[in-house]
Design a protein around this ligand. Structure first.
Ligand SMILES: Nc1ncnc2c1ncn2[C@@H]1O[C@H](COP(=O)(O)OP(=O)(O)OP(=O)(O)O)[C@@H](O)[C@H]1O
Ligand SMILES: [Mg+2]
Length: 234
């Protein structure tokens, strides 16, 4: 996924170069095509802003001074995100409920990155419900222990939902249906979850809305000792 974000940024950069060249040619025309050059320069600026916004957001997510991997209690991580984002969700009339499971494994994870993922999923859910007026804007965050011991988190909304035929597209960089969306939130979320050896996916609800879920495996024991080994497990 990181490679695909890099690919998109480099596409944007080559677009910028192409447009800058077109702009120069338009100015060199006899008579100069000033209106065309202005429009092309504006496109160049838009693309450059887009590329630098992507870089800014990637920095924000990945440039923790030192990537801190610690044992993370997923439920506590959720509670902290809600403490930060709760006000924003209330402003958007989202009614947040939580169902946090007992007995989840402590995850070996970068807490700040996991919280970025949770926050992104909550904000997307609130966005998806922004125009819903005929039902309460219910938002549910659940955690669950999977049968293989992994921890799962789900964010379920009752928003506009998505067309199941394009579910893969949602995670592609720059796919956005929002007027001011960058379309990079889910791509970054997936990168983060995969760097934790986990999975992130989306499913349409039976009723209205969508559910975005991730699952992260429990950390393996520090030292795995094979039968013939003379080492002692710690
Ligand atoms: N909960 C949801 N319900 C329905 N569609 C969703 C949901 N979450 C995401 N999407 C769709 O996936 C697209 C991509 O989401 P993503 O978070 O990557 O980008 P974005 O929210 O548009 O912009 P940003 O870069 O600011 O996050 C959204 O534009 C929207 O169409
Ligand atoms: Mg988003």
């Amino acid at each position: 996924m990181t490679a695909s974000i890099a690919h998109e940024v480099s596409q944007a950069l080559s677009g910028i170069l192409t447009n800058a060249n077109i702009c120069l040619r338009m100015l060199a025309d006899e008579p100069p095509n000033v209106a065309g050059a202005v429009a092309t320069a504006q496109r160049t600026i838009r693309d450059a802003n887009r590329a630098s916004e992507v870089v800014r957001r990637l920095r924000e997510m990945f440039s923790n001074k030192e990537p801190v991997i610690e044992l993370v209690d997923l439920n506590n991580a959720v509670r902290e995100v809600i403490a930060i984002a709760g006000g924003e969700l209330t402003r958007r009339s989202a009614r947040l409920q939580t169902e946090l499971a007992d007995g989840l494994p402590a995850l070996s994870a970068n807490r700040v990155q996991l919280q970025q993922v949770i926050l992104n999923l909550l904000l997307n859910a609130a966005d998806a419900m922004g125009e819903i007026e005929d039902r309460p804007r219910s938002l549910l965050v659940r955690t669950e222990l999977e049968t293989d011991g992994a921890a799962r988190l789900e964010v379920r909304d009752v928003g506009t939902g998505f067309d199941p035929a394009i579910v893969g597209k949602l995670f592609e960089p720059f796919h956005s249906t929002k007027p001011n969306g960058m379309g990079i939130g889910l791509a970054i979320c997936r990168t983060i979850i995969e760097s934790h050896k986990g999975r992130l996916w989306a499913s349409p609800n039976d009723g209205p809305g969508a559910t975005f879920s991730f699952s992260i495996p429990a950390p393996r024991p520090k030292l795995e000792v094979d039968k013939g080994s003379t080492f002692n497990a710690v």
